[in-house]
Design a protein around this ligand. Structure first.
Ligand code: GLN
Length: 281
């Protein structure tokens, strides 16, 4: 089978499996299997796959056809231009979350040596990105689940984020909440409401429920973080959250009720209210 034939049959099989982005994914898969880049593929498309490559393509497609996440198959994924290890037990970093990172970077421009706490850190995509973008920052990432925490740690090492640390911590018992310590507390917590867990995508069903389910109304983690961590912010410090679809009004309400000032909402690239933040006044 030539590279070109492999690409075409991969596209067909992914499309038949109901995968929306099948053209993009087929390209990624062929690159992964052959180890070639875009330009090399364009010139070598008539080359034959080795038996070894064909076997790997077969195995990969069988996994992907049952909607096992492409990111888990590859074992890594890009976020904000950097590579992160991912796999079962940790939520895959989403492009939507870059909106949260950008909002935080904008706020942190005014801070010298910013002290940052990332709660429910998972792969570490948020905390590590902030640490890499701001060399003078100090970042602590808390993660409750050992399996996910091992990814946070591996990703700190992979990205050489010497100004970032990870520790085990459960936000419901407010581990590590030192008073008046942080310029920024940021979190992309689990936020899917219980009733909506049935309607998540087939891929998301392979991701840990503990990274997705935010209680009956999806807001349990926002309530707990506001209650347990507000005292850990400096005066003038920011608490910033990623929120789910249609949750921004409720989270604005929670922050306003708790006495935060300058409560703002930012839309993601799809125009969905995705980031809510407030200032500790
Ligand atoms: N954005 C994720 C999804 O829709 C959910 C992430 C989360 O709960 N923090 O699958």
């Amino acid at each position: 089978m030539t590279i070109f034939e492999a690409y075409n049959s991969t596209k067909k099989r992914l499309e038949a499996a109901g995968i929306e982005d099948y053209v993009f994914e087929a390209k990624q898969i062929i690159k992964h299997i052959t180890g070639l880049n875009n330009t090399q593929i364009l010139t070598l498309y008539n080359n034959s796959l080795t038996k070894f490559q064909e076997n790997n393509l077969t195995a990969l497609l069988r996994q992907r056809e049952i909607r096992y996440p492409l990111q888990y198959i590859f074992g890594e994924w890009d976020f904000y231009g950097r590579g992160f290890y991912v796999g079962p037990g940790v939520l895959v970093p989403r492009a939507d979350t870059e909106t949260l990172v950008e909002h935080c970077l904008e706020f942190l421009k005014q801070c010298e040596n910013p002290q940052i706490l990332d709660l429910c850190a998972g792969s570490g995509a948020i905390g590590i990105t902030l640490a890499k973008e701001i060399a003078s920052a100090e970042v602590l990432m808390l993660e409750k689940y050992p399996e996910a925490l091992s990814y946070t740690q591996k990703n700190i090492a992979r990205n050489g984020a010497e100004n970032a640390k990870a520790a085990e911590g459960d936000i419901f018992v407010s581990d590590g909440a030192e008073p008046c310590r942080y310029d920024l507390i940021v979190s992309n917590p689990p936020y899917i409401p219980k009733a909506e867990m049935k309607t998540i995508s087939p891929e998301t069903e392979f991701e840990p429920e503990t990274a997705l389910l935010g209680g009956e109304d999806g807001l349990d983690f926002y309530r707990a973080i506001i209650k347990n961590y507000t005292q850990s912010l400096k005066k003038g410090g920011m608490l910033a959250f990623e929120v789910g679809i249609n949750q921004f009004e409720s989270v604005v309400g929670l922050l306003t009720e708790a006495g935060f000032g300058n409560v703002t909402v930012k839309n993601d690239l799809n125009g969905i209210g995705r980031v809510v933040s407030g200032i500790n006044i």
